[in-house]
Ligand binder design. Structure first.
Ligand SMILES: *[C@@H]1O[C@H](CO)[C@@H](O)[C@H](O)[C@H]1NC(C)=O
Ligand SMILES: *[C@@H]1O[C@H](CO)[C@@H](O)[C@H](O)[C@H]1NC(C)=O
Ligand SMILES: *[C@@H]1O[C@H](CO)[C@@H](O)[C@H](O)[C@H]1NC(C)=O
Length: 335
């Protein structure tokens, strides 16, 4: 028997029931934050990953400075993966395009050259603007057309006057090579290490450079792919993050952001110092980690550790839950 039949088709209960169900469901299943992601060094501790991927986690995307996703630690359908082509060697390598082609369809954004104005020892790709412009036009721009139609980003400079100068020269070289199109871009990748006002100022400068001064409509979106307050104690770092997250969540032209980084204090580099890590040496959330995971509102607190051994079930569980939610909504709206 059809369970809907006993109730009137135009029952006045239908709408309040749907709203009530949605409300209850939203309490049970916390939403991902569409902007919040992780700059991932390939943390191999299972409990760290299961916490980052748990149902209550706000994390929705990640990248790892390469076109190769960490499928061992982060199953394909758990988070959106954003590939990155680090420098000219990677842009020229034929393995890069086959890696990009085999990514799941949820990957649509392609990041290009990492800190070309920075040296290799600090993770930069150390590329002259003219060489970068040539390689970008030859190897990155073609990814915009073709089967996948990637959305591509300009190189991400360091957050400094030197970075802005580099971007200016890059743009000039682009137009010298291609007078009509320069180096087309679909979004901008931004790095910032420093205090909150500096982050807001740097975003403002790039917005002026790319959007206001060139009157681009609609404005280019920005991805803050690295940010942190280096070399500070826990309190100052938590304060900086606490000021930055709501600011980035509310700023329309910021599409994504990723704190540096999702690793244990042991794995922090000397330049940033330990204070930036989301996990301490035994995999417990730091104050900073709890804040990035959404804090007590979402059920995360300092000292919390993830489960070992349950990571691989997470995506399957999520799919099942989604199917149940859809089924509930369909049943309610048909009845
Ligand atoms: C935007 O244009 C103004 C006026 O020409 C200039 O002073 C400013 O430096 C430009 N901003 C950037 C970020 O290039
Ligand atoms: C890049 O250079 C072109 C050509 O000179 C100019 O029209 C454009 O405003 C520049 N773009 C940026 C972002 O500075
Ligand atoms: C973050 O900022 C909010 C509002 O400014 C404040 O109420 C809260 O206590 C701060 N949290 C932390 C962990 O500093």
């Amino acid at each position: 028997m059809n369970p809907c039949i006993s109730r009137s088709r135009y029952s006045s209960h239908s709408i309040p029931l749907t709203v009530l169900h949605l409300f209850l469901l939203s309490l049970v299943f916390a939403q991902d934050n569409p902007k919040r992601g992780i700059a991932y060094l390939g943390d191999t501790h299972e409990n760290d990953n299961s916490l980052l991927l748990s149902d209550k986690s706000p994390i929705s995307w990640y990248y790892n400075w390469s076109p190769y996703p960490n499928t061992q630690q982060i199953p394909n359908d758990a988070l959106e993966f954003a590939p990155l082509i680090h420098g000219i060697d990677e842009a020229e390598n034929s393995r890069t395009s086959s890696a990009l082609n085999s990514l799941p369809r949820s990957s649509r954004h392609l990041l290009s050259f990492n800190e070309p104005d920075g040296t290799r020892d600090s993770g930069g790709s150390n590329i002259e603007p003219e060489d970068a412009a040539r390689a970008y036009i030859d190897h990155i721009v073609p990814y915009r057309s073709g089967d996948r139609q990637w959305l591509i980003s300009h190189p991400s400079s360091t957050g400094s006057p030197r970075g802005l100068e580099w971007l200016r020269s890059f743009n000039k070289s682009c137009y010298e090579i291609d007078e009509e199109n320069g180096c087309p871009t679909d979004f901008i990748a931004v790095h910032w290490y420093g205090a909150f006002d500096g982050l807001a100022g740097w975003l403002g400068t790039l917005n002026e450079f790319y959007n206001t001064n060139t009157s681009r409509d609609p404005p280019l979106g920005m991805w803050v792919t690295e940010m942190a307050l280096p070399q500070q104690d826990e309190e100052a770092t938590v304060q900086m993050m606490n000021a930055s997250l709501p600011y980035l969540d509310n700023l329309d032209y910021v599409e994504k952001y990723a704190w540096f980084g999702a690793f244990r204090t042991d794995d922090a580099n000397e330049w940033t110092g330990d204070g930036v890590a989301l996990f301490d040496d035994d995999g417990s959330l730091t104050d900073l980690g709890a804040l990035y995971m959404g804090g007590e509102e979402r059920g995360f607190e300092k000292g919390q550790r993830g489960e070992g051994g349950s990571t691989s079930n997470a995506p399957a569980d999520r799919k099942l839950l989604l199917a149940l939610i859809v089924a509930t909504i369909v049943t309610i709206s048909i009845c």
